[in-house]
Design a protein around this ligand. Sequence first.
Ligand code: NAP
Length: 265
Amino acid sequence: MSDQPVALVTGGSRGIGRGICVELARSGFAVCINYHGNEPAARETLRLCAEVANPDGRGSDICQGDVGQAADRERLVQTALGRWQRLDVLVNNAGITSVGRLDILEATEESWDQVLAVNLKGAFFLTQRVAQAMMRLAQSPPPSYQPAIVNISSVSAYALSTNRGDYCISKAGLSLATELWALRLAEHGIRVYEVRPGIIETDMTAAAKEKYDQLLAEGLTPIRRWGTPQDVGKAVAALVLGAIPFSTGEVINVDGGYHLRPFPR
Ligand code: NAP
């Protein structure tokens, strides 16, 4: 078994997930880069990870799987354990937005099922499966084993969009799931955190780029710029490396201060 810690990052092929993979690789992790359909993008993330990894810290790989499907989740975990024999970190990042962004008066069950399956059910049951594996590994722990799980939620966990109701509900649910797992896994030495990004420049926000450019220029966030995948990746790396010891179930906002509620002057 390698001394190198291993991280499984869902939706690691693009956007925020790519930023997380690269920062974890830079921090010495071998990264299991999960993707759904875009293999070329996953390979590009792999290349970027190899670029920043120190010479002893290579060894990342890509792994296809739909986190909304039980069989795929099982395959992901088996692949990671088979390849590296250890699993130190899970980052539940894979996510999709509301299909068609319809007003909740018109929203479809089809969109609800898809969004909840990926964003909430996938993260919840992958956490369950990985937690079982981590508990087993902890019985004869690999070198420098510090297991942690990070859920990538969103400001949509509390900021309401009536044309993305299913998305908001999935993120609010993920927020609660973080607390449940933090409570359940603390006695097993597994820390669980929520990282809550604001407006981050990725494919997901590309369609609304002009709208956000204007809102950001007008001061929507106290820090007046787009967030980057690297901003989120750095927060995840800091957490899993133990930058905030004696803590679990915490929420880290990576949102340019959006969550601050200034009273109008
Ligand atoms: P993105 O650019 O659209 O990338 C989505 C990623 O998720 C891709 O890697 C995609 O894989 C993967 N994915 C989609 N469905 C999947 C499935 N069923 N199984 C496994 N992987 C799947 O999105 P993003 O903006 O980086 O968002 C990443 C996370 O951050 C999401 O949970 C999102 O809700 C959250 N977030 C984003 C923002 C933002 O402003 N962008 C803000 C707050 C929170 P393929 O490449 O193979 O399609």
